[in-house]
Write a protein that binds this ligand. Structure first.
Ligand SMILES: [Zn+2]
Length: 280
């Protein structure tokens, strides 16, 4: 059988605002509602940031706790992935929500440039975040903005800093970082297979207009796909995306075109080695 495709929806991020697209969910209530629609459309992972009352990114553990609770109630079974990447420069505050024991958290293992600044991930902070994830039984998603980040994940796995097979996400199309380059993408896949095994799952995310490109490459190549308003607020040059669910639907359509079943939350948990939590 063809491998099911896990769809991750990155609902909010640190940057997009209502001015960019009114559908960007900012409050916890909006985030829960938007995620539920995306879950019903086929997403099985919710990648989450939280915002403060002014809409600015925060790592406030209380807000993360409220969001996690809302998602567990309204999207039972969906994998909740909290971002530790949203506030570069904030040090250990970035991991202050890990004691909430979400299913997953994002983990950047190296630094690179972002559109207007350096995305700082110093080695001591990376080690600390990885240790906290081990301590609280949180599965990391390794954010690979560069080839070296995949090899760093291997080194961390060998040293026992990561449990099990790392789940690597390739991020392409961030201005001043790795563009959506097909040869590099193929080499990323070959590197994951060489280091972590032929069946190691991997995911890909593209920023802005690269989102749909990376979605198609990932679906066609047997990987998993991330979409959502965090990475891209448009359907195309002329139209804003009406919702996170609409972006999930684009990936569902690609899955159909490439004969990939869309992973249920149960299948997604099995693929990622996460416990099957029955809805309560
Ligand atoms: Zn994020």
């Amino acid at each position: 059988m063809t491998k099911p495709c896990i769809i991750c929806v990155a609902i909010t991020g640190s940057l997009p605002t209502k001015a960019n697209n009114p559908a960007v969910p900012i409050t916890i209530a909006e985030q829960v509602e938007s995620t539920q629609e995306a879950f019903e459309a086929g997403a099985s992972i919710a990648h989450c940031h939280v915002r403060d009352d002014e809409g600015k990114p925060t790592s406030d553990p209380d807000r993360f706790a409220r969001l996690k609770e809302g998602l567990e109630k309204h999207c039972p079974g969906m994998i909740v992935q909290l971002s530790t990447g949203g506030r570069s420069g904030a040090g250990q505050a970035r991991g202050g929500m890990l004691p909430l024991r979400p299913d997953m958290a994002s983990l950047s293992v190296g630094s690179n440039n972002f559109p207007t600044r350096v995305y700082e991930n110093p080695p001591d902070l990376v080690d600390w975040l990885a240790a906290e994830m081990l301590k609280h039984d949180v599965k990391p998603e390794i954010e690979a903005f560069d080839l070296s980040h995949i090899l760093k994940a291997k080194e961390m796995q060998t040293k026992g800093q990561l449990a099990g097979t790392p789940y690597v996400q390739f991020v392409m199309g961030v201005k001043n970082a790795m563009p959506a380059d097909r040869d590099v993408f193929d080499y990323y896949i070959a590197t994951v297979k060489r280091l972590f095994g032929e069946d190691a799952p991997w995911c890909a995310a593209g920023i802005g207009p690269a989102q749909i490109v990376l979605n198609e490459w990932a679906v066609a190549s047997g990987g998993h796909a991330r979409t959502g308003l965090e990475d891209n607020v448009r359907l195309d040059r002329d139209r804003l995306a009406p919702s996170n669910a609409a972006l999930v639907q684009r990936v569902v359509d690609l899955c159909e075109r490439y004969a990939r079943p869309v992973a249920s939350w149960q299948q997604a948990r099995a693929i990622l080695g996460l416990p099957l939590r029955q809805p309560t």
